[in-house]
Ligand binder design. Sequence first.
Ligand SMILES: [Mn+2]
Length: 333
Amino acid sequence: MNPLFPETDWAPLCKAVRESSSIVLTTHRNPDGDGIGSQIALFHGLRLLGKQVTMHNRDGVPRIYRFLNGSELVGAGDWHGASAAGDLVISLDSGSQQRLGLPSSFFEGARLANLDHHASNTHFGDHVVVDPRYCATGAMVFDFLLAMEIPIEAEIAQALYTSVMTDTCGFRLASVDASVHRLAAELVECGARPWNIAMHVYESRSLASVRLLGLCLQSLALHDGGRSAWIAVTTEMYRETGADVEDTEGLIDYARGIEGVEVAVLIRADEAERGCWKISFRGKSHADVGRLAASLGGGGHPHAAGCRMRGELEEVRGHLRNAVSRLLAKEKV
Ligand SMILES: [Mn+2]
């Protein structure tokens, strides 16, 4: 098996892992398939080394990823009290330490490693491996496990395939190339089950989420001459359908999937914080939504990014409309 990017320098992280006896793995708030897949794959890999490994995420594991073996061992919730009691904390797929949503006490007494593929990563931590060439943090974990000479067992492959499949929108991003498919093929040869994963992630929607989708499609709006598509999910829509924030997964792809749309925007009410909105962006070909999100205090990739905003919906939407129009005017080819 060959690493995706053989020149990546894993030596400092390998050394840090070898010197640690207890390791804590975590990922960003509102975790996605890449955060969870990387975490669970690394969990199984480090256990093979005989390490004591624990996992904790501020927001736990979304329902659709609970089919992964080991997901039931991920701790969830606000962190109170003392440190996470690790020699080494490894942050996966998180662009900043703040995005982990954990207090500084969590990290006390531990070294912090930062493994991520977001170009907007703030390079926090003691051991930093940030490389935006990787299609997913899971692909970085793959290279790291090879560097550590840890075998890619079936449950590791299953988690890493979940990472790669979800972070490439089901192998549909403009950045998907032969190396991504080669990695996917190797993971299948190691025991990943593509249909099983696709079924859990893409074909196990709750009825509430489909009802929410119906409301969203009704209110979907196009602007910028059909080059931007907009969906908003309000608290009332959650209440009417019985859906929750996890049920918004994939909604934005309907907006992005419309012919001629270059930028899709999903605005969601943050149920945990009144007056706060979670904004997601998807770009189709030219528009760099990562830079757009960064200019609004968020971050992400050129084709998938997000930020948070505060205010009345109309005010937030107006602000975003201006920012997206400016981006599209600039990117016009
Ligand atoms: Mn990712």
